[in-house]
Design a protein around this ligand. Structure first.
Ligand SMILES: [Zn+2]
Length: 166
């Protein structure tokens, strides 16, 4: 699994809630273009992380425990193992081929509409399109849903923030 991080711009303050970015838009664009499109296409999820404020770090409000998250993930993995039981060498959504995407990541008409609109607006590649469908399948599995609903596809599109900013 590859996990990578980069600054939003050379000065590091683009989209910062309090500080202002000193970079020219062209500089930001050039900076983003250092990471090639084909490489970005191969990364399933891009997420923009904003700075955490000190009082938020101290927040003791209980969030979902790692144990509870682990159980949800295990359940989703089991759903996938079952789904691909007849598919030799495949046991997770991330591994499925283009043909299998067509078979296992079917969208309802409303989901298709959302994805088509996003593709047109963001100018996504065929590779990014497949990634979105696989991630949406996984989000639906985590949700315990047999079908990929519009909220699952919308969430998956949210995880292409670098395509969006380009
Ligand atoms: Zn900047």
């Amino acid at each position: 699994m590859l996990v990578a991080a980069m600054n939003p711009c050379p000065c590091g303050f683009l989209n910062h809630p309090e500080k202002s970015c000193a970079c020219h838009p062209n500089t930001v664009q050039r900076y983003h273009q250092k990471v090639s499109g084909p490489l970005l296409d191969r990364i399933d999820m891009h997420i923009e992380v904003s700075p955490v404020k000190y009082h938020e770090l101290q927040d003791t409000k209980s969030s979902e425990s790692s144990q509870a998250i682990r159980l949800r993930i295990l359940a989703a993995r089991q759903i996938q193992q079952k789904r691909y039981a007849q598919q030799h060498g495949t046991y997770a959504n991330a591994h499925i081929s283009r043909k299998q995407v067509e078979e296992f990541c079917k969208l309802k008409p409303d989901g298709q509409g959302i994805l088509q609109m996003a593709l047109k607006k963001l100018g996504l590649s065929a590779r990014a399109y497949e990634r979105i469908l696989k991630v949406a399948r996984t989000i639906a599995d985590l949700d315990g849903s047999n079908s990929i609903e519009s909220q699952h596809i919308s969430e998956a599109i949210q995880y292409r923030s670098l395509d969006r900013s380009n």
